[in-house]
Design a protein around this ligand. Structure first.
Ligand code: ZN
Length: 141
């Protein structure tokens, strides 16, 4: 099927989807809350740390990024497939995002932060969410 959007239009649509307070991110927040973690989503560190982490757990010196599978190019994920048209455009864009993610992660790690990446697909279905609820404490440890 042909892509009905121009790259610019699609880019705009995608960035709207990508915004903060997305459903997967809210699911993660309530999960953390139920597990008793204290965290910030709008604190100074959410804005000043490399990559502007979605969630900061100051006590654990841990940051969490909730990554959209499309935008961040989740490997081997059914939710990540390059659009059929303008493949080169999307490939460059997503590879740029991945390179930036790596730079942010290494900057955070060398500043002593523990970096956790949660992919959106891990928050999408009830089964995925219950797996994550069980494994979150180890991931954050
Ligand atoms: Zn994924």
């Amino acid at each position: 099927m042909a892509d009905v959007f121009t790259p610019e239009k699609r880019s705009e649509l995608m960035s709207r989807i990508r915004g903060r307070d997305t459903k997967p991110e809210l699911a993660l927040r309530s999960m953390l809350h139920r597990l008793g973690y204290r965290f910030t989503v709008n604190g100074p560190k959410n804005k000043s740390l490399p990559g502007k982490p979605d969630i900061v757990l100051p006590k654990y010196r841990t940051v969490i990024f909730v990554h959209g599978c499309f935008w961040h190019g989740h490997q081997n994920c059914p939710a990540f497939r390059l659009p059929k048209s303008r493949r080169a455009f999307w490939k460059t864009k997503i590879e740029g995002n991945q390179a930036r993610d790596l730079r942010n992660e290494s900057a955070l790690t060398s500043a002593g932060w523990h970096v956790v990446t949660i992919w959106e697909c891990a928050l999408k279905t009830p089964a995925a969410r219950s797996w994550l609820t069980e494994n979150l404490p180890q991931l954050l440890d």
